[in-house]
Ligand binder design. Structure first.
Ligand code: NDP
Length: 332
């Protein structure tokens, strides 16, 4: 396993990391999660990602039990959580100071941890002044509840504003962003955030490298039993990500991309994950896996990165036809 610096910080995280959305809590219990997390840890993964909203807190509870059971040295781990959706009450959503502090206390309690290494604002909150959020995240750090703070799915302008507010008040700015990044969603990581990597030292921990599993090509002939899109409680996700016109187009493209993977002697998940890893602005690709065999297959993506030469990349671009374009130079 290779370790990359998280943006311009001194923290090193494994370039492949372990995510818990849906898999830990909805698809696996403590024993199942233990098997997966042990496999990840034994393969060199040090970063384990979670969020207060995953399985309504159950994912954090299970992860906490696994960490206790495994007994790994705490300093060998980088653990995250994300705050935004904490419940149904009027103060249970968003990024107010009350929400952030209470949400973090509750997350740490569920995970049986004194602190997390990384804490993310899970989405932007257009109702809370950004200075309130920046100050609350700084309070979390100064109270020792987290070491670094960041954002998830914030626009470049929102991240810049938070950095500006932090600097103007001698506070710690956000270090990292957690965006979706895969063959189908590229604009932010490849274009919008470009100035931030240098200017603010932004690191990225990217999510859904397989577009929720579509990039395994298993949805080409329907929905396999037990797969993510077969889960009753995630029908909303299936409607949005698979049954929508965009979802159907992704399934068709996955079948075409699989041919490129075959020619390179890779599986499609390996090709898709290696492609994410090839981007130097990605600090860590967060893997999702509901079964040990998936994790085993996906971990091999690291070895596939050198195979992605210009010929393969241009074949991929031809199928995707979505390469982000920068500002037009009107002088040319
Ligand atoms: P992926 O897009 O990689 O999807 C993972 C799912 O795809 C697995 O759970 C499995 O689902 C299926 N899969 C994985 N590997 C294979 C394989 N080799 N063959 C066949 N099927 C496979 O990642 P996620 O969407 O899970 O995202 C990864 C992590 O990112 C999350 O766990 C979470 O930590 C984070 N995240 C963050 C978000 C944010 O807003 N900040 C949003 C979403 C995720 P199954 O077996 O059930 O079909």
């Amino acid at each position: 396993m290779e370790y990359r610096f998280l943006g311009k910080s001194g923290l090193k995280i494994s370039e492949l990391s372990f995510g818990t959305w849906i898999t830990v809590g909805d698809q696996t219990d403590v024993e199942g999660a233990f098997q997966l997390m042990k496999q990840a840890f034994d393969s060199g993964i040090n970063f384990f990602d979670n969020a207060e909203v995953y399985s309504k807190g159950n994912s954090e509870i299970i992860m906490g039990k696994v960490l206790k059971k495994a007994g790994w040295k705490r300093s060998d781990l980088v653990i995250s959580t994300k705050i935004f959706w904490g419940g149904e009450g009027p103060n249970d959503r968003g990024l107010s100071r009350k929400r952030i502090i209470e949400g973090t206390y509750a997350s740490l309690k569920r995970m049986q941890q004194d602190y997390v290494d990384l804490i993310f604002c899970h989405r932007p909150d257009i109702h809370t002044p950004v200075e309130e959020t920046v100050r609350a995240m700084n309070q979390i750090i100064s109270q020792g509840m987290a070491f670094y703070w960041g954002t998830s799915e914030w626009s470049a302008a929102q991240i810049k504003e938070a950095c500006h507010v932090a600097r103007a008040n001698n506070l710690i700015p956000p270090l990292m962003e957690q965006p979706e990044y895969n063959f189908f969603r590229r604009q932010r990581v490849e274009m919008e955030y470009l100035p931030l990597y240098e200017e603010t030292g932004l690191g990225t921990t990217t999510w859904s490298p397989l577009a929720s599993g579509i990039l395994s090509n298993k949805y080409v002939e329907g929905i396999p039993e037990g797969s993510r899109f077969s889960l009753k409680q995630y029908k909303w996700l299936r409607d949005k990500r698979l049954d929508s016109p965009e979802g159907k187009e992704k399934v068709l493209k996955a079948a075409k991309l699989k041919k490129i993977a075959d020619q390179a002697g890779l599986t499609l998940p390996q090709l898709a994950i290696a492609w994410c890893l090839k981007n130097p602005h990605v600090s860590s690709v967060i893997l999702g896996a509901s079964k040990p065999c998936q994790l085993k297959e996906n971990l091999k993506a690291r070895e596939a990165v050198p195979l992605l030469d210009d010929t393969i990349i241009s074949k991929i671009e031809e199928i995707l036809a979505n390469k982000p374009e920068g500002e037009k130079d009107w002088r040319i």
